[in-house]
Design a protein. Structure first.
Length: 221
């Protein structure tokens, strides 16, 4: 089992639950931080001192406050850590359950596990730690289909945004107005029509309602 673990989480109640879980697993040295910058510095110091952390458990989203941060999100922290310390094991523990996000974290940053915060989240976190310790990727049930070939359609954040607005009942004209108000590009009606038509083809959807339903089933929105 891991001997030295870092928990990067800004919610105290969740920190307590994770700490208890790690103690029950017999992990000797547990460190906790509430800022991504502090997590990075602790990992770096551990390496410099010759006492490296073996595992970090991190959330993805952190609430901003008065303190300026170099790493504003768990994802930016993970990116930096995997580039500098590729052997460091990383488990994401987050409320985010979009399969596209999970897939991207695995393919782009080679994370070792992903657990969704839920009623049984700590149970799955225990399983994740045990699996990762054996060099086995772990995905909690909510996102277990993230690597399924059936869900292997490449879409980006802009596609997700369009699908979310469509799911709210907005017409293509209204989506175009929304994007223009947000000063986002592309925002023209023709661009949105082309993008949504491509998504319908990719997801084999008959219409907008079918497209939204399919996207929800896949956990994309």
């Amino acid at each position: 089992m891991f001997n030295k673990v870092l928990v990067s989480e800004d919610m105290q109640d969740i920190n307590k639950g994770v700490y208890t879980t790690l103690c029950e697993l017999g992990i000797n040295e547990i460190h906790q931080v509430q800022y991504c910058d502090d997590a990075y510095l602790k990992i770096k110091k551990g390496e410099l001192d010759g006492e490296p952390f073996q595992l970090i458990i991190s959330d993805l989203s952190f609430k901003s406050d008065h303190r300026e941060q170099k790493f504003s999100s768990g994802e930016s922290l993970i990116k930096a850590l995997k580039m500098e310390y590729p052997s460091l094991k990383i488990i994401v523990y987050s409320i985010e359950d979009r399969l596209q996000k999970v897939r991207a974290l695995i393919s782009d940053y080679n994370i070792d596990g992903y657990v969704c915060k839920s009623r049984k989240g700590l149970i799955h976190l225990t399983k994740a730690i045990e699996s990762v310790q054996k060099d086995t990727l772990y995905l909690s049930p909510e996102v277990s289909q993230a690597l399924s070939k059936k869900n292997n359609v490449e879409i980006d954040d802009f596609d997700i945004l369009l699908l979310k607005q469509l799911s709210k009942g907005l017409s293509q004209e209204e989506i175009s107005s929304f994007l223009k108000q947000k000063q986002m590009s592309p925002s023209s009606l023709s661009s949105i029509e082309k993008r949504l038509n491509k998504l319908r083809i990719d997801f084999k959807a008959n219409n907008a309602i079918h497209l939204v339903a399919t996207a929800k089933d896949l956990g994309l929105i």
